[in-house]
Design a protein around this ligand. Structure first.
Ligand code: ARG
Length: 562
């Protein structure tokens, strides 16, 4: 039973509005002593030709009060107080029955949601921005799936471009095969940087690079084989990160995949009279929309990033017939996506409206200055290592006898990073600060994971309870608050999906952990009277299920002990 729906139906019985309209208007009062739900009566004042506060008084009297403790008029609001014990029973039984399915729904009914995320560049380091995209994309992937959509994860690898000609040239001159075998990206980056240093001295290298790229484009066997080698060895490195994060993709079709799919795009834009010439280039003029033109063909006839994204959008629509197509890419590419989506719209594709740029902010570090000078990058591997090592240090201090310390440190250390990415609205810049991220009692991944482990240790100590309990014993303020919070998972997911904002679920799980710890600190379990103890154990069990599920949705694993 959904209480919002129940209340809406009760209101619908006595006013001239249908329950569906009402349900969207139901609010959660700012303070719990004002009730659990509220309905703003000014919505009705026009039709009823009456002041909202008078309407509230009238409705408070007439409304059917089954399942409710009381209904009060407060100014223009009608405030509903739930019958705590009926509510507690309904919510907790719902959680316990649903188990890991809790929070799911089928509103998506199999609609495909394409999510372009992570999308690092071959032969270049996977950087902190790609991890941001990966964390958001993976969370959205899971959130959409939980609501009956079918998520399609696409890793749009940056695997094409003139840099591959340079890499081939650099490879033939300087590669250290052993180093390449060991750490492909570091070695590819090394020779790529060397190429640029050497080209500063001997510009003819640039011509050599161009010539190799031409060979690659023409399908020259050796060039293609090398390109494949770069791609595969880089992907192998990326895969290690994905495995640690538990991230999966349904497709690794990157930029190169669209090489033979761009003529069609150019032809279509031509046929629709959208192409104009500008300094020798073919562009789609977007003056009218206050945007610079979208370049389709450069003056030398070469296609660019936008051409590929147009081809990719058309391909994805055809292949997946998506209801939504998301691009989880940093804020600096906002204009690019605006141009691409506008061009699709001008070409008459009404589904352009279903394409969304899910952008995010910049990543900074509290304890170091990042210079983007040549070659100076933070390797993600090093960062993950640092997080895991620091977590291990904390565990050694707090719980030196823990058995599987390494495994726990891995899950908690990596989780702490993902959590940091997903904690605030994605458009905000984030600052990595180890002390903040790894603290066991801030709003952090470790804090929530620790809370989960605490719940599990209670259940290990006292055992889970089979069969019915008396839920009316869970009516203290703390318990009721926790139950109300547990009730909110589905709302949080739906809210998050609506804005493509995983932080809604992250904030939600922080709230659950806080509400649980309040109960934990205020109310004893072991020394409680037997019936109360049983009911509380059910509450603890339900909490553990909800935390685990919410953490799963944002891409974190849980540990039983830490
Ligand atoms: N490879 C690009 C980068 O690292 C991101 C690609 C995003 N996806 C897309 N369809 N353009 O910046």
């Amino acid at each position: 039973m959904d209480y919002k729906v129940l209340i809406s139906e009760k209101i619908a019985e006595i006013v001239d509005l249908d329950a569906n309209t009402i349900v969207d208007k139901i609010e959660i009062p700012p303070k719990s002593d004002m009730g659990d739900f509220a309905f703003p009566c000014f919505i009705l004042s026009k039709v009823m030709k009456k002041a909202p506060n008078l309407i509230a008084i009238d409705l408070a009297e007439k409304i059917n009060k089954d399942n409710l403790e009381k209904v009060e008029a407060l100014g223009p609001y009608l405030n509903f107080f739930l019958d705590k014990s009926a509510f507690g029973k309904q919510v907790l039984e719902g959680v316990l029955q649903a188990g890991e399915e809790y929070g799911n729904s089928n509103i998506g009914k199999g609609g495909n949601v394409v999510i372009d995320f992570s999308s690092p560049n071959i032969a270049k380091p996977f950087h902190v921005g790609h991890l941001f995209s990966t964390a958001i994309g993976n969370a959205l992937y899971r959130m959409y799936n939980s609501q009956g959509y079918n998520s399609v994860g696409i890793n749009h690898l940056g695997d094409w471009g003139t840099q591959f000609g340079k890499l081939i040239s650099a490879y033939k001159r300087w590669v250290d095969e052993e180093a390449l075998e060991k750490d492909a990206i570091k070695e590819l980056l090394r020779i790529y940087v060397k190429f640029h240093d050497e080209a500063d001295i001997d510009p003819s290298l640039e011509d050599e690079g161009r010539a190799y790229f031409k060979k690659l484009e023409d399908g020259d066997e050796e060039a293609v084989a090398l390109w494949k080698k770069f791609r595969e060895s880089s992907l192998k490195e990326f895969q290690k990160v994905y495995d640690r994060l538990g991230v999966k993709f349904d497709s690794y079709n990157g930029e190169a995949f669209y090489n033979d799919k761009m003529d069609v795009v150019v032809q279509e834009l031509k046929d629709k009279n959208l192409l104009t010439e500008s300094n020798g280039a073919q562009v789609v003029n977007l003056d009218e929309y206050n945007m610079p033109p979208c370049i389709i063909l450069k003056s030398d006839g070469a296609t660019i990033y936008a051409t590929r994204d147009l081809a990719a959008a058309l391909y994805r629509k055809k292949k997946y017939n998506f209801v939504k197509s998301l691009y989880v890419v940093g804020g600096p590419q906002a204009l690019h996506f605006k141009q691409v989506f506008k061009t699709l719209e001008l070409a008459g594709h009404e589904w352009a409206k279903d394409c969304v740029h899910v952008s995010f902010g910049l990543v900074k570090f509290a304890d170091r200055k990042l210079s983007t000078r040549k070659g100076e990058v933070i390797f993600l591997d090093d960062l993950l290592k640092e997080s895991v090592n620091k977590t291990l240090e904390i565990i050694n201090e707090k719980n030196p006898n823990l058995e599987n310390k390494e495994e726990v440190a891995e899950k908690v250390g990596i989780g702490a990073m993902v959590f940091t990415y997903l904690k605030n609205s994605r458009d905000k810049d984030i600052v990595f600060d180890w002390n903040d991220m790894l603290s066991f009692d801030g709003e952090t991944g470790p804090y929530v994971q620790y809370t989960y482990a605490r719940a599990k240790s209670i259940l290990r100590k006292f055992g889970t309870v089979e069969g019915d309990v008396n839920y009316s014993l869970l009516t203290s303020k703390e318990e009721f608050e926790l139950i109300k919070t547990l009730d909110g998972l589905n709302d949080a997911i739906l809210n998050g999906i609506e804005r493509n904002e995983p932080s809604v679920v992250t904030r939600y799980v922080i709230d659950v952990a806080k509400a649980f710890n309040k109960v934990y600190n205020a109310l004893p379990i072991g020394t409680a009277e037997e019936e109360v103890k049983k009911a509380r154990l059910k509450l603890v069990e339900a909490t553990s299920i909800v935390i685990k599920k919410a953490l799963y949705l944002i891409g974190l694993e849980t540990v039983e002990e830490m």
